[in-house]
Design a protein around this ligand. Sequence first.
Ligand code: HMG
Ligand code: MG
Length: 302
Amino acid sequence: MKWPTNVTIKEVGPRDGLQNEPTFIETEDKIKWINMLSESGFSYIEMTSFVHPKWIPALADAVHVAKEINRKPGVTYAALVPNAKGLERALAAEVDEVSVFMSASETHNKKNINKSIDETFVILDEVIQEAQKANKTTRGYISTVFGCPYENEVPIENVIRVADTLFDSGIHELSLGDTVGVANPVQVENVIETLLKRYPTDKLALHFHDTRGVALTNIYVALTMGITTFDGAVGGLGGCPYAPGAAGNVTTEDLIYMLHGMEIETGVNEQRLLEAAMWIEEKIGKPLPSKNLQAFKGKKTM
Ligand code: HMG
Ligand code: MG
C-alpha cells in the first residue's frame, strides 16, 4: 500500500472560503451552510475567524455564527485566533479548537497581522497557553511555507524556526500553508521530508491554495509520504486579502472524489457535500472553481 486508508479533511470553507469574498454572506446563511457541512460527515469544520472585523469584514459576525450553529457531536468546530482579544471572543463563543496563524516570511506576516515574526511568537505563545488552560486544543498554521507573494522564495530554515517555536508553545497540529498556490510536487516532497525528520506524520497537515492547478498533485505526493490530514474548501472558495494573487483552497469535493476513487475513507458523503457546494454557490452568485461541482450540475440538468 502506497498511501493511507483513512484521511481527515479539515473543511475551512466557512473561514478561508468566505474571508475574501466581496459578497457578504448573511449570518443566517452561514449558519445554514455550516449545518449542511456538519451533516455531510466532516469531523472538523473551521467555522469562522476571531480576527479584527475591520481587517476581515466578511467574518465580522463570528460570535453569532459560532453560537448559533448546531454543534453535531463528534465534530470539532475550530476558528482562527490572532491574539488575546481574539481568544477572549473565541472562548465566549465556545470554540472547540483554537487555530493560531503566522507566516514564515516577514513581509507577509507584517501585512497579514501587523507584527514582526518575533513579536508574533510572544503573542501566540500566550494565546496557546491560555487556550490550553481553557481546555481547548490548538492548531498552528504557517503561511508562505512554499513561497511568499512579497519575498518569493522562503528558506526552509525559516519554516523550521516557526514550526519549532509553535510546537514548543504546545500546538497539537501544524498546518503548512501554500498561501498563494506556488508549490510543486518536488518541493512538497522536500519540505515534508525535512519536517518529518523533526515531527511525526500525525502532527502535520497540508493547506494548499490551488492558484495554478497543482494542489491535487501535491496532495498525492504528501499521501505517499504518509500525511493523513488535508485542509480543503467547498467549491474551491478561499483566499487571503493580504496575499495578492492567491486563489481558493483545494476544492474539497474534488479532493474527496480523488480519495474515494483511491478507496481512501474520509467519512464525508460526497452527494451531500455537492448539495452544500451548490447551495453556497447560489448565495455567492457566481460559478465556483470546483470541477466536481460543475460536473454534478451538468448531470442534474441533463
Ligand atoms: P492591530 O491593528 O495591530 O491590532 O491588528 P492591535 O493589537 O494594535 O489592536 C488595535 C485595536 O483592535 C484594539 O482596539 C484592539 O482591542 C482591537 P482599541 O483599543 O483601539 O479599541 N483588536 C481586536 N478586535 C477584535 N478582535 C480581535 C482584535 N485584535 C485587536 N482579534 C490584528 C492586529 C491581528 C488584529 C489584525 O492584523 C488582524 O485581524 N489580522 C487578520 C488578518 C486575517 O484574518 N488574514 C487572513 C487569515 S490568515 C490566512 O488566510 C492564511 C491561512 O489560511 C493559511 C494559508 O493559506 O497560508 C490560515
Ligand atoms: Mg489559506
